[in-house]
Design a protein. Sequence first.
Length: 117
Amino acid sequence: MEPLLFLLMALALGLIIYFIPTVIAIERKHPSWGSVIAVNIFLGWTLLGWVAALAWSLTGISRPATTPGQAPAQPTHQVARTEEKTCPRCAETVKAAAKVCRFCGHEFEAKQPPGAA
């Protein structure tokens, strides 16, 4: 009876080790968790397949480094916002300072500054 118990314990331990890549991929919510599981099941019996599934389950997730209670980092680059206007002829959007539409060649009326006669 003792050899049977040893065999069952060795089999259980082997299955736990075999499915470590699957458990890691599911727990980390890996974007390709289904593929990691497939590689683990079908190629995990080879050492190379198991190592590949393990490496894959440990990569592929990029999260910004934050500490608990800290807001995620904001992007460092800002998109420059410019004033725009719509061309009355072609309805394309051009910069407000444009004198001629770059799409159709329409010439905009020159605006005089307030107070100019």
